[in-house]
Design a protein around this ligand. Structure first.
Ligand SMILES: [Mn+2]
Length: 222
């Protein structure tokens, strides 16, 4: 267990029977708030899976706020992030720890995952760049990062932090996440396409499947 994590989902205690789980997943607010305080970062993150893509972001890292805005907009997940990190060192801890909080919030907001689509994928162009993001909210963590970034820095943002963020999301969010850059030359475009593609894939995966079917696994558990 990561120290300093407080998890809150007001609907959790209601998920006590099969019938309630399904009813709950379809009607209860799918929201979560994560508070995480360490010696390196202090983060409060709130999300709403059934939002409209509205975000309020203050991480102290301009490029990262830009990417989180896109993530919220294209996933339709409302996102409120307040992060105070050790930026005098660099942005590494802040970016990684927001990823951990986002992943954990996803897990808690999803609950038992009854009625969702579970899988999502998007191949997304951005100018000269083409990226695929494919994910499975499987309950198991795995991240494949098949992306080459030609530039080390974008302003003050070290581009390697994009991989750190998504590895943290996949790890804490218990998802299989495959990110592939087919081609692209501009590092800003490549990272932006990764955030947008994964946002679109997430939107699909967390959406309610109107055909129902309970928990989308033959094991009965995700
Ligand atoms: Mn941009």
């Amino acid at each position: 267990m990561i120290p300093g994590v407080i998890l809150a989902n007001p609907q959790e205690s209601l998920r006590s029977s099969w019938g309630l789980r399904i009813a709950n997943c379809m009607t209860a607010p799918r929201t979560a708030t994560i508070k995480r305080d360490t010696a390196e970062t202090r983060i409060t993150l709130t999300l709403n899976l059934d939002g409209t893509g509205v975000s309020k972001l203050a991480t102290g890292v301009g490029f990262f706020d830009h990417m989180l805005t896109l993530l919220s907009k294209h996933s339709m997940i409302d996102l409120d992030v307040n992060a105070v990190g050790d930026l005098h060192v660099d942005a590494h801890h802040t970016v990684e720890d927001v990823g951990i909080c986002f992943g954990k919030a996803l897990v808690h907001a999803l609950g038992d995952k009854a009625g969702i689509r579970r899988y999502g994928s998007m191949t997304l162009p951005m100018d000269e760049t083409l990226v695929t993001s494919a994910l499975d909210l499987s309950g198991r963590a795995f991240c494949v990062w098949n992306v080459e970034l030609p530039t080390e820095m974008l302003g003050t943002f070290n581009t390697s932090l994009a991989e750190e963020f998504w590895r943290a999301v996949a790890g804490a969010g218990l998802m299989n996440l495959h990110l592939i850059c087919h081609h692209g030359k501009n590092s800003h475009h490549i990272i932006e396409a990764i955030f947008k593609a994964t946002a679109r894939a997430l939107r699909q995966a967390v959406e309610h499947d109107p055909r129902g079917g309970g928990i989308p696994s033959t094991k009965g558990v995700l």
